[in-house]
Design a protein around this ligand. Structure first.
Ligand SMILES: NC(=O)c1ccc[n+]([C@@H]2O[C@H](COP(=O)([O-])OP(=O)(O)OC[C@H]3O[C@@H](n4cnc5c(N)ncnc54)[C@H](OP(=O)(O)O)[C@@H]3O)[C@@H](O)[C@H]2O)c1
Length: 302
Protein backbone atom coordinates (compact mmCIF):
# COMPACT_ATOMS: atom_id res chain seq x y z
CA UNK A 1 0.00 0.00 0.00
CA UNK A 2 1.35 3.42 -0.91
CA UNK A 3 -1.37 5.44 0.82
CA UNK A 4 -4.12 4.93 3.38
CA UNK A 5 -6.94 4.25 3.42
CA UNK A 6 -6.00 1.59 0.87
CA UNK A 7 -8.22 -0.99 -0.78
CA UNK A 8 -6.84 -4.51 -1.20
CA UNK A 9 -7.53 -6.96 -3.98
CA UNK A 10 -5.19 -7.42 -6.92
CA UNK A 11 -7.41 -9.22 -9.39
CA UNK A 12 -10.97 -8.73 -10.49
CA UNK A 13 -13.58 -9.15 -13.17
CA UNK A 14 -16.74 -7.23 -13.91
CA UNK A 15 -18.66 -5.05 -16.31
CA UNK A 16 -17.51 -1.71 -17.71
CA UNK A 17 -19.78 0.94 -16.17
CA UNK A 18 -18.13 4.09 -17.43
CA UNK A 19 -15.39 4.94 -19.94
CA UNK A 20 -12.64 7.52 -19.49
CA UNK A 21 -12.09 10.24 -22.04
CA UNK A 22 -10.69 8.96 -25.33
CA UNK A 23 -11.19 5.25 -24.59
CA UNK A 24 -12.49 3.62 -27.77
CA UNK A 25 -11.41 0.00 -27.37
CA UNK A 26 -14.14 -0.83 -24.83
CA UNK A 27 -17.83 -0.15 -24.47
CA UNK A 28 -20.13 0.24 -21.52
CA UNK A 29 -21.34 -3.26 -20.62
CA UNK A 30 -18.21 -5.11 -21.79
CA UNK A 31 -17.21 -8.00 -19.52
CA UNK A 32 -13.57 -7.45 -18.54
CA UNK A 33 -10.83 -8.73 -16.24
CA UNK A 34 -8.23 -6.52 -14.58
CA UNK A 35 -5.24 -6.39 -12.29
CA UNK A 36 -5.29 -3.34 -10.05
CA UNK A 37 -2.37 -0.99 -9.69
CA UNK A 38 -0.66 -0.22 -6.39
CA UNK A 39 -3.69 -0.82 -4.16
CA UNK A 40 -4.64 2.87 -4.14
CA UNK A 41 -8.23 3.46 -2.94
CA UNK A 42 -9.97 3.74 -6.30
CA UNK A 43 -8.13 0.77 -7.86
CA UNK A 44 -8.21 -2.24 -5.51
CA UNK A 45 -10.66 -4.98 -6.48
CA UNK A 46 -12.10 -5.59 -3.00
CA UNK A 47 -14.90 -3.14 -3.79
CA UNK A 48 -17.93 -2.87 -6.05
CA UNK A 49 -16.41 -0.32 -8.46
CA UNK A 50 -12.72 0.03 -9.37
CA UNK A 51 -10.91 2.22 -11.88
CA UNK A 52 -8.59 0.48 -14.33
CA UNK A 53 -6.23 1.59 -17.09
CA UNK A 54 -7.71 0.68 -20.49
CA UNK A 55 -4.39 -0.95 -21.46
CA UNK A 56 -4.55 -3.23 -18.43
CA UNK A 57 -7.98 -4.76 -18.92
CA UNK A 58 -9.04 -7.46 -21.36
CA UNK A 59 -12.44 -8.49 -22.60
CA UNK A 60 -13.60 -11.79 -21.13
CA UNK A 61 -14.55 -14.26 -23.86
CA UNK A 62 -17.95 -15.97 -23.62
CA UNK A 63 -16.40 -19.30 -22.62
CA UNK A 64 -15.25 -17.87 -19.25
CA UNK A 65 -17.31 -16.86 -16.22
CA UNK A 66 -16.48 -13.77 -14.17
CA UNK A 67 -15.25 -16.12 -11.41
CA UNK A 68 -12.83 -17.89 -13.76
CA UNK A 69 -11.66 -14.66 -15.38
CA UNK A 70 -10.86 -13.14 -11.98
CA UNK A 71 -8.33 -15.94 -11.36
CA UNK A 72 -6.15 -14.93 -14.30
CA UNK A 73 -4.31 -11.61 -13.84
CA UNK A 74 -1.79 -12.02 -10.98
CA UNK A 75 -0.95 -15.68 -11.64
CA UNK A 76 -0.54 -15.07 -15.35
CA UNK A 77 1.49 -11.88 -14.87
CA UNK A 78 3.83 -13.61 -12.42
CA UNK A 79 4.39 -16.48 -14.84
CA UNK A 80 4.68 -14.25 -17.92
CA UNK A 81 6.97 -11.61 -16.41
CA UNK A 82 9.21 -14.32 -14.96
CA UNK A 83 9.63 -16.12 -18.27
CA UNK A 84 9.55 -13.32 -20.81
CA UNK A 85 10.42 -9.93 -19.25
CA UNK A 86 13.92 -8.54 -19.80
CA UNK A 87 16.63 -9.46 -17.31
CA UNK A 88 16.73 -7.07 -14.32
CA UNK A 89 17.11 -7.25 -10.50
CA UNK A 90 13.31 -7.71 -10.47
CA UNK A 91 12.80 -9.15 -13.91
CA UNK A 92 12.52 -12.18 -16.09
CA UNK A 93 14.38 -14.76 -18.12
CA UNK A 94 14.05 -12.75 -21.37
CA UNK A 95 12.58 -15.57 -23.47
CA UNK A 96 10.54 -14.49 -26.51
CA UNK A 97 6.82 -14.48 -25.57
CA UNK A 98 4.53 -16.74 -27.59
CA UNK A 99 2.18 -13.83 -28.36
CA UNK A 100 4.79 -11.94 -30.41
CA UNK A 101 5.83 -12.88 -33.94
CA UNK A 102 8.16 -15.86 -33.98
CA UNK A 103 7.53 -16.62 -30.30
CA UNK A 104 5.06 -19.49 -30.59
CA UNK A 105 6.92 -22.84 -30.42
CA UNK A 106 10.26 -20.99 -30.55
CA UNK A 107 11.76 -23.33 -27.93
CA UNK A 108 10.42 -26.49 -29.52
CA UNK A 109 11.42 -29.70 -27.75
CA UNK A 110 13.62 -28.09 -25.12
CA UNK A 111 12.88 -29.47 -21.65
CA UNK A 112 11.62 -27.33 -18.76
CA UNK A 113 10.83 -27.83 -15.08
CA UNK A 114 8.08 -26.11 -13.07
CA UNK A 115 7.84 -26.64 -9.32
CA UNK A 116 4.34 -26.40 -7.89
CA UNK A 117 2.37 -27.04 -11.07
CA UNK A 118 -0.95 -26.93 -9.21
CA UNK A 119 -0.29 -23.46 -7.79
CA UNK A 120 -1.88 -20.58 -9.60
CA UNK A 121 1.46 -19.27 -10.84
CA UNK A 122 2.76 -22.75 -11.64
CA UNK A 123 -0.15 -23.76 -13.81
CA UNK A 124 0.17 -20.55 -15.85
CA UNK A 125 3.95 -21.09 -16.18
CA UNK A 126 3.29 -24.59 -17.55
CA UNK A 127 0.73 -23.31 -20.05
CA UNK A 128 3.08 -20.56 -21.27
CA UNK A 129 6.03 -22.94 -21.58
CA UNK A 130 3.82 -25.23 -23.64
CA UNK A 131 2.89 -22.35 -25.96
CA UNK A 132 6.61 -21.60 -26.27
CA UNK A 133 7.17 -25.17 -27.47
CA UNK A 134 8.99 -26.60 -24.44
CA UNK A 135 8.80 -30.37 -24.20
CA UNK A 136 8.98 -32.34 -21.98
CA UNK A 137 7.55 -30.14 -19.21
CA UNK A 138 8.17 -31.73 -15.84
CA UNK A 139 6.31 -30.51 -12.75
CA UNK A 140 6.10 -31.24 -9.03
CA UNK A 141 2.68 -31.47 -7.39
CA UNK A 142 0.63 -33.64 -5.03
CA UNK A 143 -0.74 -36.82 -6.59
CA UNK A 144 -4.32 -35.51 -6.18
CA UNK A 145 -3.48 -32.74 -8.68
CA UNK A 146 -1.70 -34.86 -11.30
CA UNK A 147 -4.61 -34.60 -13.77
CA UNK A 148 -4.97 -30.83 -13.25
CA UNK A 149 -1.28 -30.26 -13.88
CA UNK A 150 -1.25 -32.54 -16.92
CA UNK A 151 -4.26 -30.65 -18.29
CA UNK A 152 -2.21 -27.45 -18.04
CA UNK A 153 0.42 -29.06 -20.26
CA UNK A 154 2.87 -30.91 -18.04
CA UNK A 155 4.11 -34.04 -19.77
CA UNK A 156 5.52 -35.55 -16.55
CA UNK A 157 4.40 -35.07 -12.96
CA UNK A 158 6.40 -35.84 -9.82
CA UNK A 159 4.77 -36.14 -6.38
CA UNK A 160 6.89 -33.97 -4.09
CA UNK A 161 5.61 -35.89 -1.05
CA UNK A 162 7.15 -39.17 -2.20
CA UNK A 163 10.04 -37.57 -4.14
CA UNK A 164 11.45 -34.83 -1.90
CA UNK A 165 13.28 -31.95 -3.54
CA UNK A 166 16.64 -33.45 -2.55
CA UNK A 167 15.81 -36.38 -4.88
CA UNK A 168 14.25 -34.34 -7.70
CA UNK A 169 17.38 -34.18 -9.83
CA UNK A 170 17.55 -37.98 -10.03
CA UNK A 171 13.83 -38.11 -10.90
CA UNK A 172 14.28 -35.53 -13.67
CA UNK A 173 17.29 -37.39 -15.08
CA UNK A 174 15.14 -40.49 -15.40
CA UNK A 175 12.71 -38.50 -17.54
CA UNK A 176 15.25 -36.76 -19.77
CA UNK A 177 19.01 -36.83 -20.22
CA UNK A 178 18.91 -33.42 -21.94
CA UNK A 179 20.12 -30.32 -20.05
CA UNK A 180 17.26 -28.23 -18.58
CA UNK A 181 17.57 -24.64 -19.87
CA UNK A 182 14.55 -23.19 -18.02
CA UNK A 183 13.21 -23.80 -14.52
CA UNK A 184 10.22 -21.93 -13.11
CA UNK A 185 10.33 -22.39 -9.34
CA UNK A 186 6.78 -21.30 -8.49
CA UNK A 187 7.15 -22.60 -4.93
CA UNK A 188 10.57 -21.10 -4.16
CA UNK A 189 10.94 -22.76 -0.77
CA UNK A 190 14.58 -23.11 0.27
CA UNK A 191 14.66 -26.77 -0.78
CA UNK A 192 12.87 -26.22 -4.12
CA UNK A 193 15.26 -23.35 -4.96
CA UNK A 194 18.35 -25.44 -4.19
CA UNK A 195 17.08 -28.40 -6.20
CA UNK A 196 15.97 -26.21 -9.12
CA UNK A 197 19.31 -24.38 -9.27
CA UNK A 198 21.16 -27.68 -9.21
CA UNK A 199 19.00 -29.10 -12.02
CA UNK A 200 19.28 -25.95 -14.19
CA UNK A 201 21.77 -26.32 -17.07
CA UNK A 202 24.75 -23.95 -17.37
CA UNK A 203 23.67 -20.78 -19.24
CA UNK A 204 20.05 -21.58 -18.41
CA UNK A 205 17.56 -19.36 -16.55
CA UNK A 206 15.62 -20.00 -13.37
CA UNK A 207 12.71 -17.91 -12.12
CA UNK A 208 11.94 -17.53 -8.40
CA UNK A 209 8.79 -16.06 -6.86
CA UNK A 210 10.36 -14.95 -3.58
CA UNK A 211 9.21 -11.34 -4.04
CA UNK A 212 11.12 -9.09 -1.62
CA UNK A 213 12.61 -12.15 0.18
CA UNK A 214 16.21 -12.86 -0.89
CA UNK A 215 16.56 -16.12 -2.82
CA UNK A 216 18.87 -18.76 -1.30
CA UNK A 217 20.64 -19.41 -4.61
CA UNK A 218 22.20 -17.09 -7.20
CA UNK A 219 21.92 -13.32 -7.39
CA UNK A 220 18.69 -11.81 -8.78
CA UNK A 221 19.15 -10.37 -12.24
CA UNK A 222 22.71 -11.70 -12.57
CA UNK A 223 24.50 -14.59 -14.24
CA UNK A 224 26.55 -16.96 -12.08
CA UNK A 225 30.03 -18.05 -13.21
CA UNK A 226 28.57 -20.99 -15.11
CA UNK A 227 26.15 -18.65 -16.89
CA UNK A 228 23.07 -19.67 -14.86
CA UNK A 229 20.74 -16.67 -14.63
CA UNK A 230 18.46 -16.04 -11.66
CA UNK A 231 15.28 -14.09 -12.41
CA UNK A 232 13.34 -12.80 -9.39
CA UNK A 233 9.89 -11.85 -10.51
CA UNK A 234 7.41 -9.19 -9.42
CA UNK A 235 3.93 -10.24 -10.48
CA UNK A 236 2.73 -7.24 -12.43
CA UNK A 237 3.36 -6.33 -16.04
CA UNK A 238 3.71 -2.76 -14.78
CA UNK A 239 6.92 -3.78 -13.03
CA UNK A 240 8.45 -4.16 -16.50
CA UNK A 241 10.04 -0.93 -17.78
CA UNK A 242 8.95 -1.51 -21.36
CA UNK A 243 5.20 -0.74 -21.25
CA UNK A 244 4.77 -2.54 -24.58
CA UNK A 245 5.37 -5.84 -22.77
CA UNK A 246 2.13 -5.50 -20.78
CA UNK A 247 0.27 -3.87 -23.65
CA UNK A 248 1.01 -6.81 -25.94
CA UNK A 249 0.06 -9.41 -23.34
CA UNK A 250 -3.23 -7.69 -22.52
CA UNK A 251 -3.98 -7.12 -26.21
CA UNK A 252 -3.53 -10.87 -26.85
CA UNK A 253 -5.25 -12.17 -23.74
CA UNK A 254 -8.86 -12.38 -24.94
CA UNK A 255 -7.84 -14.54 -27.89
CA UNK A 256 -5.56 -16.74 -25.78
CA UNK A 257 -8.43 -17.40 -23.36
CA UNK A 258 -11.09 -17.78 -26.06
CA UNK A 259 -9.05 -20.34 -28.00
CA UNK A 260 -8.29 -22.32 -24.86
CA UNK A 261 -4.54 -21.76 -25.33
CA UNK A 262 -4.68 -20.33 -21.81
CA UNK A 263 -7.05 -21.72 -19.22
CA UNK A 264 -8.00 -20.04 -15.94
CA UNK A 265 -7.36 -21.60 -12.54
CA UNK A 266 -9.83 -23.95 -10.93
CA UNK A 267 -12.18 -21.87 -8.84
CA UNK A 268 -13.52 -22.14 -5.32
CA UNK A 269 -16.16 -19.54 -4.41
CA UNK A 270 -15.89 -18.15 -0.89
CA UNK A 271 -19.05 -17.91 1.21
CA UNK A 272 -20.29 -14.36 2.02
CA UNK A 273 -18.16 -12.45 -0.46
CA UNK A 274 -15.46 -10.30 1.15
CA UNK A 275 -16.53 -11.49 4.62
CA UNK A 276 -15.12 -14.88 3.62
CA UNK A 277 -11.63 -13.47 2.98
CA UNK A 278 -10.21 -13.61 6.56
CA UNK A 279 -10.99 -17.33 6.83
CA UNK A 280 -9.50 -17.88 3.38
CA UNK A 281 -6.30 -16.08 4.40
CA UNK A 282 -6.07 -18.30 7.49
CA UNK A 283 -6.49 -21.39 5.29
CA UNK A 284 -3.77 -20.07 3.01
CA UNK A 285 -1.50 -19.64 6.05
CA UNK A 286 -2.07 -23.29 6.97
CA UNK A 287 -1.18 -24.38 3.42
CA UNK A 288 -4.70 -25.77 3.12
CA UNK A 289 -5.46 -24.58 -0.41
CA UNK A 290 -4.82 -27.05 -3.18
CA UNK A 291 -5.16 -26.60 -6.93
CA UNK A 292 -7.65 -23.74 -6.75
CA UNK A 293 -7.94 -19.97 -6.63
CA UNK A 294 -10.39 -18.67 -4.05
CA UNK A 295 -12.83 -16.09 -5.42
CA UNK A 296 -14.88 -13.61 -3.39
CA UNK A 297 -17.97 -12.22 -5.09
CA UNK A 298 -18.01 -8.66 -3.76
CA UNK A 299 -21.76 -8.31 -4.26
CA UNK A 300 -22.45 -11.29 -1.96
CA UNK A 301 -20.84 -9.57 1.05
CA UNK A 302 -23.53 -9.27 3.79
N1 LIG B 1 6.82 -12.36 -6.58
C1 LIG B 1 5.54 -12.12 -6.82
O1 LIG B 1 5.15 -11.04 -7.25
C2 LIG B 1 4.54 -13.20 -6.58
C3 LIG B 1 3.26 -13.11 -7.15
C4 LIG B 1 2.37 -14.17 -6.94
C5 LIG B 1 2.76 -15.25 -6.16
N2 LIG B 1 4.00 -15.27 -5.60
C6 LIG B 1 4.45 -16.41 -4.80
O2 LIG B 1 4.47 -17.52 -5.65
C7 LIG B 1 4.12 -18.71 -4.94
C8 LIG B 1 2.95 -19.34 -5.64
O3 LIG B 1 1.82 -18.48 -5.50
P1 LIG B 1 0.37 -19.01 -5.91
O4 LIG B 1 -0.59 -17.92 -5.62
O5 LIG B 1 0.46 -19.55 -7.27
O6 LIG B 1 0.22 -20.17 -4.87
P2 LIG B 1 -1.07 -21.09 -4.57
O7 LIG B 1 -1.90 -21.20 -5.79
O8 LIG B 1 -1.70 -20.61 -3.33
O9 LIG B 1 -0.30 -22.45 -4.27
C9 LIG B 1 -1.01 -23.52 -3.71
C10 LIG B 1 -0.41 -24.76 -4.30
O10 LIG B 1 0.96 -24.87 -3.90
C11 LIG B 1 1.30 -26.23 -4.00
N3 LIG B 1 2.46 -26.52 -3.17
C12 LIG B 1 2.66 -26.17 -1.88
N4 LIG B 1 3.89 -26.60 -1.48
C13 LIG B 1 4.45 -27.23 -2.53
C14 LIG B 1 5.70 -27.85 -2.76
N5 LIG B 1 6.61 -27.92 -1.78
N6 LIG B 1 5.96 -28.37 -3.99
C15 LIG B 1 5.03 -28.31 -4.98
N7 LIG B 1 3.82 -27.73 -4.83
C16 LIG B 1 3.54 -27.19 -3.62
C17 LIG B 1 0.09 -26.97 -3.53
O11 LIG B 1 0.10 -28.11 -4.32
P3 LIG B 1 -0.62 -29.50 -3.95
O12 LIG B 1 -1.95 -29.14 -3.37
O13 LIG B 1 -0.66 -30.18 -5.26
O14 LIG B 1 0.27 -30.14 -2.94
C18 LIG B 1 -1.09 -26.02 -3.87
O15 LIG B 1 -1.87 -26.47 -4.95
C19 LIG B 1 3.83 -18.25 -3.51
O16 LIG B 1 5.00 -18.42 -2.74
C20 LIG B 1 3.53 -16.77 -3.65
O17 LIG B 1 3.83 -16.04 -2.49
C21 LIG B 1 4.91 -14.28 -5.81
Amino acid sequence: MKSFPGVGGSDGAGTVEELGEGVTSFQKGDRVLLQCLDYVPDRGTFQQYAIADAHRISKIPNNLSFDEAATVPLGLATAAVGLYAPKAPMGGAALTPPWVEGGKDKYKDQPALVTGGSSSVGQFAIQLLKLSGFNPIISTTSARNFDYVRAAGATHVVDYHTTPYASLRAAVEKITAAPIPVVYDAISSDDSQRASWDILAPNGAMVVTTGMRQPVVGKPGEDAEDGKHLARVYGSVDAVKDVEFGNQLYASLTELLESGALKPNQVEILPNGLAGVPDAVARFGRGAISGAKLVARVGETP
